[in-house]
Design a protein around this ligand. Structure first.
Ligand code: MN
Length: 232
């Protein structure tokens, strides 16, 4: 009987250990704070075959999850900052205490950029923008194809880790720009219309060093309806 009990306990321990990673899903619960990992608007496999399930899972839970965790850790040190929005923090980085400035820039930037990134993709998307955004893209870049070409070139030219963005500059003109690391147009007071993550963590499992192929395939999951809302 004792032996059976022992065996039972052992099985329980093994089962608990095996199911443990599921608890890790709630990455943000590890550090309570004002910022939360936003819900992913689709399942991990929703962007297959262009973006693989494993990449989505790690990218969302571990990468974005850690940005949120580290951002909370920094903000928790200064309770007077806890009611500030992420946009507010990032547009006024210079006002932050010196010892958290860099952390908020990197991890707050990561949180902001990824929160946008998830919403501009979806299942069965792709195609072309519509309405005013389409007209503006054609007027600015000549054609949608030319826009995609320039966007890809900018994304390929980003050395190391970073992002490529479509923004409307302060004069209201569309522009393709690139930022390093988790820097974001919002840090210059510009809300990006769309952005592509070109960190290796966004594509390496499926594409390895072939960033160009990742970019070409990415157009198939771009959610133009979602982007339209950040354009207008
Ligand atoms: Mn990323």
């Amino acid at each position: 009987m004792k032996k059976i009990n022992k065996l039972f306990s052992l099985i329980c321990i093994v089962l608990i250990s095996v199911t443990m990673p599921i608890n890790y899903v709630k990455a943000t619960d590890k550090t309570e704070g004002p910022f939360k990992l936003p819900e992913l608007p689709y399942s991990y496999n929703a962007l297959e075959p262009y973006i693989d399930t494993k990449t989505m899972e790690i990218h969302y839970l571990k990468h974005h999850g850690t940005y949120v965790e580290k951002l909370n850790e920094a903000i928790n040190k200064y309770p007077e900052l806890k009611d500030k929005s992420i946009e507010d923090l990032l547009t006024n980085l210079e006002d932050l205490p010196d010892n958290i400035k860099e952390t908020v820039k990197n991890n707050g930037g990561g949180h902001y950029n990824h929160s946008l990134f998830w919403t501009i993709m979806g299942t069965g998307k792709g195609g072309e923008p519509k309405g005013e955004l389409k007209e503006d893209i054609e007027k600015t870049f000549g054609s949608f194809e030319e826009f995609k070409k320039q966007f890809k070139t900018t994304a390929l030219e980003r050395f190391g880790s970073g992002w490529t963005w479509l923004i409307k500059d302060k004069d209201g003109k569309l522009q393709i720009i690139s930022t390093a690391n988790q820097d974001s147009p919002i840090m210059s007071g510009i809300s990006p219309i769309m952005g592509l993550d070109v960190w290796e963590h966004a594509y390496y499992l499926k594409y390895q060093n072939k960033r160009g192929e990742y970019i070409d395939n990415w157009w198939n999951v771009v959610n133009w309806e979602g982007i339209q809302s950040s354009y207008t």
